[in-house]
Structures are given as C-alpha cells and as structure tokens.
Design a protein around this ligand. Structure first.
Ligand SMILES: Nc1ncnc2c1ncn2[C@@H]1O[C@H](COP(=O)(O)OP(=O)(O)OP(=O)(O)O)[C@@H](O)[C@H]1O
Ligand SMILES: [Mg+2]
Length: 216
C-alpha cells in the first residue's frame, strides 16, 4: 500500500532520509522512532506528497511520486489522513466545522457531512465538544479533533506526527488507544514519536531512523 524504493530526501548539513526501501501493508500499525531532527516528519510528508524525493520513488495506493500530477494530489490525500505535529486546526471554526473541512473539500452534501462528522465525534468520544473553538479545548482534546479530521475521510492510512508530543501520560495513552481502535477497524496507522517508552511494549512494527537510514 505504501512503498519506498531507494528514496533519498536530504537537506543541507546531511539531514534527511537516504536510500530507504521498504513496504507497508494495508492495516499495519507502524511506529517510526528516532530522536528530534532524525527525519520522522520528513518521512510522513513524503507519504502525504507534501515534499518529493530527490531520488527514488514513493508509492501510495495507486499513486507514485514520480508520476503524480499536481491536480491528483487532493485525490491521494483523500486516502491519507494526516495528523499534524501542531494540529493545524482553524482557530475561528468550531470543532464540528474543523472536522467537516475535508468533506466540504470533496463536495459531500450537507446531510452526509452532518452524519459523517457526528459519527466520528461519537467514535472518538468528543460529541460534547462539537461547538467549542480550538482555543476552548485542552491540548489532548485538540489532538483528538485533529485525529477526527483525518479520520472523517475514511482513509487507507492515518499518519500521526508525534500525536502525544504535548500531552501528559493519561492523555497520551488515550490518543494511543484511539489509534489502536482505529487500526482494529482496518485503517493502517503510521505514528512518529520520540517517546519510545510509551509505545515499546504495544506490539507495533517499529521503524527507526538513524543517521538518515531507515531501519525496518
Ligand atoms: N524544508 C527543509 N529545509 C531544510 N532542512 C529541513 C527542511 N525540513 C526539514 N529539515 C531538516 O531535516 C531534519 C529532519 O527534520 P524532521 O522535521 O523530519 O525531523 P523530526 O524527526 O520530525 O524531528 P522532531 O522529532 O523534532 O519533530 C532536521 O534537521 C531539519 O532541520
Ligand atoms: Mg517532527
């Protein structure tokens, strides 16, 4: 479902990813670990096709980084739910409206939007926060809203960039358990984290980025 073939994406000073080759299958739960600056966000952005490799190819579903046309990138992103490191919620929109954005972009009808958003609010246990603005939420709640916005598209894979980065242990565990539940329902999850102790005993497949090398 996701395949990297000899992918290099490097920045000045030797940072980035070098010559990575691996596959991720549908429904897998993969944890990408590595210290700050190792290239975890870079890794996820390659899959989201926010950036492109200087060498090699990234394949996601039927899309390939060396063939995709700019106008097809939104189609790819329907299949890939990104949970950003800094949430990227719209400050002047309610929780409900933030989660509805990807569906509006797809031109989904109002009734369907309402049903789908209510469904995911319920699924993630945040129905009572639907009319709040992001500023009225805790960091943990904002993280869950960001997850809801990724999930509402019913993607093949959720990319979660440091989803527990700013949360206390209880809120972190809640986010991890929600990701596991989503995964049990069949969605692949790729989570980047530097909090190894939180994830080490949970039975995930681990990929580690060490000096630009992706060890699988
Ligand atoms: N657009 C860019 N231009 C130049 N250097 C970049 C760019 N994007 C990332 N880098 C560098 O590449 C390296 C990897 O960055 P990346 O954001 O992928 O790390 P990370 O593993 O996600 O770190 P963190 O745990 O802090 O989020 C860093 O040294 C960063 O400074
Ligand atoms: Mg990062």
């Amino acid at each position: 479902m996701i395949s990297f073939k000899n992918v290099s994406c490097t920045f000045e000073g030797g940072a980035g990813i070098e010559n990575a080759t691996f596959d991720i299958e549908p429904g897998e739960f993969v944890c990408i670990i590595g210290p700050t600056g190792a290239g975890k966000t870079t890794f996820l952005k390659l899959i989201y096709m926010d950036i492109f490799p200087e060498e090699g190819t990234v394949g996601v579903d039927k899309y390939r980084s060396d063939k995709i046309k700019k106008r097809s990138i939104p189609m790819l992103r329907r299949r890939v739910g990104m949970v950003f490191q800094d949430f990227e919620l719209l400050k002047d929109r309610s929780v409900f409206d933030n989660i509805a954005i990807p569906l509006h972009v797809q031109g989904v009808g109002m009734k369907m939007v309402k049903d789908e958003v209510e469904n995911v609010l319920e699924r993630l246990g945040i129905s009572d926060r639907r009319d709040h603005l992001p500023s009225q939420l805790s960091g943990g709640e904002q993280q869950i809203v960001s997850l809801a916005r990724a999930l509402v598209k019913d993607p093949l894979v959720i990319l979660a960039d440091e989803p527990t980065g700013n949360l206390d242990p209880a809120a972190s565990l809640k986010v991890i358990e929600l990701l596991e539940e989503i995964n049990r329902d069949g969605t692949a999850v790729l989570m980047a984290t530097h909090n190894f102790s939180l994830v080490k005993d949970r039975g995930y497949r681990f990929m580690q980025i060490v000096d630009g090398e992706v060890q699988t």
